[in-house]
Design a protein around this ligand. Sequence first.
Ligand code: SF4
Length: 217
Amino acid sequence: MTVQEGCDKFCTFCVVPYTRGAEVSRPVAKIVDDVKRLADNGVREITLIGQNVKCYHGEGVDGRSWPLGRLLHRLAEIPGIARLRYSTSHPNDVDETLIAAHRDLPALMPFVHLPVQSGSDRILAAMNRKHTGRDYRNVIDRFRAVRQDIAFHQILSSAFPVKPGKISPPPSHSSRKSDTLRRIRSNIRRGLERPRRRCGRRFQQRTWTSDWRDSRS
Ligand code: SF4
């Protein structure tokens, strides 16, 4: 179920802020009504979807802005809902209400999709991610402090154009140095040239494999 759309973060490899626009969140009451209706029709598992779902800030029933953790607490009260999940997210948006939700809600599945994109602080800065590798590891530790069995999944981007004519090495050379990252299931994706991305003009037409091989010879 979509609860949030858009993104205000402007990572330099991403088109979402240009194609989906600014962050918007659906009001809590509408989401609750939809989930109740689904539960009445036999649905037992709900996945909350948003480009940056941890930024959820929909209007609550008290008229205030509710964070994702508070929304999850409310949805867990709906009879018939046995499992809750959410995706996808940015490490900087993990707040204490979300940590508390993982601690307190049996219905919230112990799985967090948390893209790190790179293990290199230099490349993270070029990506405009606004977090470091240490920040990311701290977020993982905060989750694990309240629930040891949480499984994490991350995305690593290879071939990021650090500067014109120069791309980042494969993640195996930059992003798997820490135990924290080694213990997380990862998807590795190659950066693709797409229009409107701020890093796009830095791309060369060569593939990362040939560029990386060339840079080592
Ligand atoms: S990668 Fe995620 S956080 Fe970054 S701009 Fe795209 S949607 Fe936003």
